[in-house]
Design a protein around this ligand. Structure first.
Ligand SMILES: [Zn+2]
Length: 553
């Protein structure tokens, strides 16, 4: 070993001498150049050298723990499609996957320990690489000569890569994720390298992104060593330090919730209509409760579940409001966040109402908006990590009428259409109807909703067309129904629909509770009906819609 050391020193000395000779030849100001070359040599591996003694024991005193919540399941691993085992894990608020190639025979405990040795903020990167088609932190037997790879959708390492190597890959992963919301990130890092006038490691000097990843590694060991070391690092390399902390702590995670127009431009038959949408806010004690009236610009509010819990299923939610308004929080966004917690995307449809102030759209318009919503979700399934064959509809009260209309009046799309959305089928794959209006018959129908949708004296033919229990066939999508005996919207709406489904041999499940009234949404009360979300979850499981137990909050 001694011999090697001597050789290395000799080689280094030789390099330095040669470098100095080159500089000496090139310039008249021989002394100045020689000094600067020497200075350059001295700077090399400065940060790595300074903190070298922290690397070996990095993270060994960390107290946070990785908890395995399910697995192993056998998988074909993404990179190379080799067989492996996959687990779902949590650590603090993060939820992610761990995958080990069978060939490596690496014990899961070893991988868990490596993750626990990362600083807590670094664990977020494990979540970023745990999308529905991703493997989380993955261990491979071979990575074509590399020890590890990191990017926006993957952190792959060999079994012998220590946690500081994972920290380097976390640098690549979080930097690439942050770049989505800050296109100038790499430019900023480049000027930070210049301003700091400090090399991180010899390895990283030729590439700005490697410099960033190597800085992530040094920051990791300093973070684990405590505030004093971190302060020392900040002093040595202040510009990099603040950019990396921003990427690590403050850069927004990929957006999981947003609102978008349902139609490109004006919605059909709303061209030139003045937008006079009215929002009534009845929010109380931090619980949002808004209702929209006079809707002319229908929207979709998309809430995607965390990447690690995503089942690929999506539910389009039709809020109630008697076809005169849309109760967008209590029977919309609140329901979406419950769906997210069981791994299902919740997509709230704010639909146009049949008779806004000073305007008559007529009965076709809410259905037109729902059909567009179902087609749009299918057309975007790939972008939003959804399965186009698991797109359901859900409706509350009059929203239940709209949803059940969608489930009994549909088409398979127009293959000739130029708009890719219009090519898609608008048949929902399943229906969830909660205290629904379904029928417009004289005996059962809800007068207010019927009047708002069909007008004062609708023709019998129209009443029958929108009495959805009369429109059931063997192809009507599987349906889950909840009503109560004391609901002013009669339980017969659900009962008659169920009987029609049964007669048509279409799958349906019906829950009638004695008490609970109307409009309870997801509110927890002493009434047994408030446990309907659990029954709904059981039913979705029985239909092979892979819901998960609710995520802890
Ligand atoms: Zn790298």
């Amino acid at each position: 070993m001694k011999k090697t050391t001597i050789t290395t020193i000799a080689a280094l000395a030789l390099t330095t001498t040669l470098a100095l000779q080159v500089y000496a030849k090139e310039s008249d100001k021989k002394d100045a150049k020689a000094v600067s070359a020497e200075k350059k040599e001295e700077k090399k591996e400065r940060l790595f050298q300074r903190f070298r003694d922290l690397f070996d024991k990095s993270g060994q005193n960390n107290t946070h723990q990785v908890e395995i919540i399910s697995g192993p399941t056998a998988v074909k691993m993404r990179n190379g499609r080799v067989p492996g085992k996959q687990w779902q894990a949590t650590c603090g608020k993060y939820r992610f996957k761990l995958t080990i190639e069978d060939k490596t025979k690496m014990p899961l405990e070893t991988l868990i320990k490596r993750i626990e040795e990362l600083p807590m903020p670094y664990v977020r990167a494990c979540e970023v690489v745990s999308d529905i088609r991703e493997d989380g932190v993955a261990i491979y037997s071979d990575l074509n000569g590399a020890m590890a790879h990191g990017g926006k959708g993957y952190i792959n390492t060999l079994p012998n890569a220590p946690s500081v190597v994972i920290a380097h890959e976390v640098g690549h992963t979080l930097e690439q994720a942050a770049r989505e919301s800050d296109s100038k990130l790499i430019e900023k890092w480049t000027s930070a390298i210049e301003a700091d006038n400090q090399s991180v490691s010899g390895y990283a000097d030729s590439s700005n992104t490697e410099d960033l990843a190597e800085f992530a590694k040094v920051y990791c060991v300093c973070y684990n060593a405590g505030p004093e070391k971190l302060a020392e690092l900040r002093k040595l390399s202040p510009r990099r330090f603040s950019i990396w902390e921003h990427i690590l702590m403050k850069a927004p995670p990929p957006q999981r919730s947003w609102t978008q127009p349902l139609w490109p431009g004006a919605a059909p038959r709303s061209e030139g209509v003045t937008d006079n949408e009215k929002i009534t806010d009845r929010s109380k004690g931090g619980h949002p409760d808004r209702a929209a009236e006079n809707v002319h610009k229908p929207t979709l509010t998309i809430h995607l579940p965390s990447k690690a819990s995503a089942s690929g299923a999506a539910v389009i939610i039709c809020p109630g409001g008697g076809y005169s308004r849309c109760v967008i929080d209590k029977e919309g966004n609140d329901v979406a966040s419950w769906l997210n917690r069981i791994g299902v995307a919740g997509i709230v449809l704010k639909y146009r109402l049949p008779r806004p102030d000073g305007h008559v759209y007529g009965h076709e318009i809410p259905l037109m908006d729902l059909q567009r919503a179902i087609r749009a979700v299918r057309a975007n399934a790939k972008n939003w990590d959804l399965k186009p064959e698991l797109v359901g509809v859900m409706g509350f009260s009059a929203g239940g009428h709209l949803a059940s209309t969608g489930g009994t009046h549909y088409d398979s799309g127009n293959p000739e259409a130029e708009d890719p959305v219009e090519k898609e089928s608008c048949r929902p794959d399943y229906m969830i109807l909660i205290y629904p209006v379904i029928s417009f018959s004289d005996a059962v129908g809800h007068g207010g909703s019927r009047k708002n949708l069909l007008g004062d004296k609708p023709k019998t033919k129209l009443v029958r067309l929108y009495s959805n229990e009369l429109q059931v066939t063997g192809q009507t999508p599987p349906t889950f129904l909840v009503s109560t005996s004391d609901d002013p919207v009669k339980a017969e709406n659900s009962i008659n629909f169920y009987l029609a489904m049964k007669a048509a041999k279409a799958p349906a499940e019906l829950h009638i509770y004695e008490q609970g009234g109307h409009g309870y949404g997801l509110r927890k009360t002493h009434d047994a009906v408030s446990t309907w979300p659990d029954r709904c979850m059981d039913w979705m499981k029985s239909r092979n819609i892979r819901v998960r137990p609710p995520e802890r909050r």
